[in-house]
Write a protein that binds this ligand. Structure first.
Ligand code: ADP
Ligand code: MG
Length: 256
């Protein structure tokens, strides 16, 4: 059964916030995103899973326009994604992104990493930005590390700083692209705990991860991708216990 046949899974709450309609993306001959239709409601947590090379990162990158699309439309809060300039910078502020590699600025302190965006892009005063950054660092459990440099922190701590940095921009949606896959096992939980907390507070989240525990705890919906297409989507309970497509069955057989 395909996603169409199994019927749309109703969104958790709220109106559509991120809507992709008939999105196509090619890299040369490679059809990397095929007919992508995806609507994510305000406050909804969507986990995207699928084999390596299935287009998960490309999907994330189109939503904050790190990648352009060839056809189709993407809207954020009813507005098409801006093409360039100030509007594009503003969009990037509204779509928080956390990558597998933490991408902190090595030569800036933890505090500066978090305040940079709000000061430069949002025009916040330094004092206000500092105060807010300290609150966010506290919230993700690294408040006492504010004056240190990224290399002095563990991977799990750095990833939590990366989350705080994205949150400092007050994004409408947070994208996570395999945020725990570069971490040592003992650090995975501390990052997932922050993400679960965020989900419980109503953040709209699109999360590429193979962490089934997170999906079961926090996701309203699981979207399974293969070969650039959304093959199946369902609630976590249904998806993990009764995958319908052969691709999903095969994939889950390998990772579970
Ligand atoms: P996933 O995140 O699911 O592993 P990706 O979205 O990274 O998959 O990649 C999907 C496909 O697109 C892969 O075949 C990958 O090699 C290809 N791809 C991704 N980015 C580029 C790029 N910038 N140029 C060419 N091919 C790319
Ligand atoms: Mg990827």
């Amino acid at each position: 059964m395909t996603a169409q046949e199994s019927g749309p899974v109703t969104a958790a709450k709220g109106e559509p916030l991120v809507v992709l309609s008939d999105v196509q993306k090619h890299f040369g001959q490679l059809h990397a995103l095929k007919d992508i239709d995806l609507s994510v409601a305000r406050g909804e947590v969507v986990v995207v899973i699928g084999p390596s090379g299935s287009g998960k990162s490309t999907l994330c990158r189109t939503i904050n326009r790190l990648e352009t699309i060839d056809e189709g439309t993407i809207t954020l809060d009813g507005q098409p994604l801006p093409q360039e300039g100030k509007a594009l910078a503003a969009l990037r502020a509204e779509v928080g992104m956390v990558f597998q590699s933490f991408n902190l600025f090595a030569h800036k302190t933890i505090l500066e990493n978090v305040t940079l965006g709000p000061i430069k892009v949002r025009g916040m005063k330094k004092d206000a930005a500092d105060k807010k950054a300290r609150e966010l660092l506290e919230r993700v459990g690294v408040g006492h590390q504010a004056e240190k440099y990224p290399a002095q922190l563990s991977g799990g701590q750095q990833q939590r700083v990366a989350i705080a940095r994205a949150l400092a921009m007050e994004p409408k949606v947070m994208l996570f692209d395999e945020p725990t896959s570069a971490l040592d096992p003992e650090m995975i939980k501390e990052v997932l705990d922050v993400m679960v907390d965020l989900a419980e507070q109503g953040m709209t989240m699109i999360v590429v991860t193979h962490e089934m525990g997170f999906a079961r705890t926090a996701a309203h919906r699981v979207v399974f991708m293969a070969d650039g297409a959304i093959v199946e989507e369902n609630t976590p309970e249904e998806f993990f216990t009764h995958p319908t497509s052969d691709r999903a069955k095969d994939f889950l057989g390998k990772i579970l």
